[in-house]
Write a protein that binds this ligand. Sequence first.
Ligand code: PHE
Length: 442
Amino acid sequence: MHKNKHWNSSLGFILASAGSAIGLGAIWKFPYIAGQYGGGAFLIQFILFTLLIGLPLLIVEFYIGHAGKTFSLTIFSKLSGSKFMDLIGLWGNIAAFILYAFYSVIGGWIILFIGYYLGIIFNVFELQLDYFQQMIANPLLSILGALLFIMLTEVIVSFGIQNGIERASKIMMPLLFLLFLIIVGRALMLEGAIEGLKYFLIPRFEDLSIEGTLYAMGQSFFALSLGTTGMITYASYTKDDTNVIQSALWIVIMNLLISILAGLAIFPAASALNIEVEAGPGLLFLVLPKLFEKMTFGFGFYMLFLILFLFAALTSSISLLELNLSNLIKNNENKRKKYALLLSLAVFITSIFPALSFGIYKDFKFGAGTIFDNMDFLVSNIMMPLGVLFTTLFCGFVLDKQLLFSIFTRNSQHSKLFTLWYTLIKYILPIVIIIVFVTQLI
Ligand code: PHE
């Protein structure tokens, strides 16, 4: 991104941030975590966290970016005058790096699936029942998948063609919504679907657990790209007249919708097709192929789904790479290609360990589970909540209230809304985050 880089329009900003938010988090991660933590009990907590905590926090991050207009590693000191505050940016950058490494493993699965199905169309492979398990357990294949995903992201980012990608998302995202509606419709028509639907929609008190609550909170941050400085970076490219509150609202709603649609597709289908909802990270990849088998033109629909899914994942990985990269090249566009490559190489090496977690390191478990599970746990349930906590405390206690108020009221006259938001982010949210976090530790 070049000097004084900014989005051409508010729409460009919304598309890019929605692209960053909507990705594997909503489509792949949400259903499988919900499956492990009680379905309906998880859904309700996730919705509450997203609306009551995620939305105000997204506004916090947008504000910091919008007010500071510089790189995430220096923005905190620019706004506060204290070098020490830049540690918050560093924390987020590290979280994003680790996140990108395990994210690319799942992104890689999508590419492998596309390759596999193309192979079937062209009669190179035969359709095998347990191909998914075989594929992810194969060390070379899973590493290759992650490598391809990282390379794709790298090419887009190093040629600076994100703009084109954002414009494409105007078509791809609505298409993804539409396809999800079709998938949900088909899933609900299956015999036995109603069980899964109930599991997903009806909260059961006995399914509540403090661990589940931490996961629900972490998931709401993950899905909105919070606590990693990703949204701060994108907001730093906004012009003064961008309505960041409206943008945040749009992103939150779209993200919730896609998450819920994903759940409405997966749970009814899983119960009808007798697939364990606690299957873990593979859940979506186990359920959907079986569901598409039952659809007219299922094969074509599945291909289309995989392509849109990959696209959604890429618009997120682009932001993951860009947020680190922008700090390395600091507006010197000549460095873009070289540093994008170096950074991608480092991410790829890191991704090898989580990639092997479904094969040769499958039984190597500690803490939250496999290496993959632990990286995800570290980022989603520790680094992101803490990153978010530091950021909101920074906004509440360090930033000038008058400055925030002037940005808030630039596009609207809602001073009552400002007071509500300010009280939330300064006092209530930090306490909620600390309580969830500490209770889980104990
Ligand atoms: N929100 C993205 C997703 O759900 C993941 C992400 C997190 C992207 C943090 C950027 C920064 O897929």
